[in-house]
Ligand binder design. Sequence first.
Ligand SMILES: Cc1cc2nc3c(=O)[nH]c(=O)nc-3n(C[C@H](O)[C@H](O)[C@H](O)COP(=O)(O)OP(=O)(O)OC[C@H]3O[C@@H](n4cnc5c(N)ncnc54)[C@H](O)[C@@H]3O)c2cc1C
Length: 405
Amino acid sequence: MSLAPHVVATITTAAAVATPWQAVIVGAGPAGSATAIALAREGWRVLLVDRCGMPRPKVCGCCLSMRARAELQSLFPQRTGPGIFGEAPLDHVRVVAAGRSLRLPLPAGGVLSREILDTRLVQEAIAAGASWLPGIDVTVVAEPGAAPQPLTATFRLVHAASESFNVKAGCVVIAAGLVDHVRVPGGGSTRRVRPRSRVGIGGTLPAAAVGLTPGELVMAVGRSGYCGLVRLEDGRVDVAAALDRRALAAGGSPAVAIGAVLDEAAAARHGISIPAPLLATAGLRATPALSHTAPLVGGATRRVFRVGDAAAYVEPFTGEGMGWALSSGRLLAAALLGADDPATAYERSHAACFDAVHGRCRRIAAVLRHPRLVGSAIRAATAVPWAARRLVPLVVGAAGTGASR
Ligand SMILES: Cc1cc2nc3c(=O)[nH]c(=O)nc-3n(C[C@H](O)[C@H](O)[C@H](O)COP(=O)(O)OP(=O)(O)OC[C@H]3O[C@@H](n4cnc5c(N)ncnc54)[C@H](O)[C@@H]3O)c2cc1C
C-alpha cells in the first residue's frame, strides 16, 4: 500500500463560512489542485474542498502521459530528476487483442498511484497558500445577486449529511470529476453523455498477483471493453478497465466482466492471467459514464467554471485524462488571472487545447469497438515495424502541451 500521509484540514468550517473567498474549488483531483496552486501562488484567497480526505482511491490507469509530466514539470520547475513525485518509469505498452500482441514505446511515460499523486498536489496547494477542507460535499452553487455580489456554494458535511452551510466566493470552480452532481441554477448543469459510453472499473492487486514487468503497461482489448494492467511505484498492480454497461450487467460482476475481456484478448497466451476470484479481491470500483461533455462556464453571471473530467472526458485508452485535467486547470487559472472576460477566454483556450485531441481519442474509441480490426492492425504493424512506430503519437498523444510558460 502506498504510504501517502493523511492531509489534515487547514481551516475550520466556521472560518470557511466567515471568509470572502476569491475562488472555491470543488474537488481535489489533478484539475482542482492545479487550479488551486496557480491561483494561490498569485495571492488569491482559495478554498479547496473535497468530499473525500487525502489520500483516497480513484479508478485510474495511473499512467502519466507526456502531457501530464510536462504539466507537472511546469507547475514545479524547481523539482528536477526523473520523477517529480517519485513516479516509476513506464517505457512501453503491450496491446493485446484477438490473440495478437504489439509492443509500442511510450516516450517519457511514468506511473504513479493516485494516492500519492493527488495527496502531493493537495500538499502543494496548501504550501502555495490555499486552504484545504476535506469531508465536504458541495451540492449547489447559487447567485443571490448580480456581480460583484458573491456566489454561494452550499456545503454538506459528508459525515453529518443533515448539516449544511453556505460559503461565499467570487467564482466557483467545479473540478468534481465524472461524478459531478453540483447543481448550478440558471443554466450550467446539463451533462451530455455520448451514446454507448462505457463505464470505468478499477482497483489494485497485490504485487505477486500478476507477473507484470515493471515499466510495462498491458492493454487487453475485447469486444465489450478493454483493461489496462501496470505495476505501480510500490509494486502493486493497478487494474483499470472501460467496459460496456450491458456486458457488465450480463457478466454478473465487474471481476467476471474484466476476466472476459482478458480471455477474449487471449492475454494468457502472452503471460497475463488473472482468475476472476483474484480480480474480485482488487477492491473494484465503478465510475459513471466515461465519455461526456458539460458546460465549461455556468451561472447567469458566468462565474462558475468546470475543469478536468467534470468539463469533458473521452474514454481512457490513451491514458491522457490526468494531463488534460492539469492543462485545463492551468488554462482556467490563466484566464482568471489575466483576462478581462475570463469566461470567454477560458472557453476559447479550452477549445484550442482540447477539440482536436478529444476528436482523436473518440476515433480511437470507435476503432476499439472492433477488436478483430485491432488484431489485424497489430498483425500489419508487426510485419511493418516502421508503420508501428507511426502509431505511437496516435496512441500516446503529441508531445506539445503549451505547458511551458
Ligand atoms: C478506467 C480509467 C483509466 C484511466 N487511466 C488513466 C491513465 O492511465 N492516465 C491518465 O492520465 N488518466 C487516466 N484516466 C483518467 C483520469 O483518472 C482522470 O481524467 C483524472 O482523474 C481527472 O482528474 P479530475 O481532477 O478532473 O477529477 P478526479 O480525479 O476524478 O477528482 C475529482 C475529485 O472531486 C471530488 N468530488 C466530486 N464531487 C464532489 C462534490 N460534490 N463536492 C466535493 N468534492 C467532490 C472527488 O472526491 C474527487 O476527489 C483513467 C480513467 C479511468 C476511468
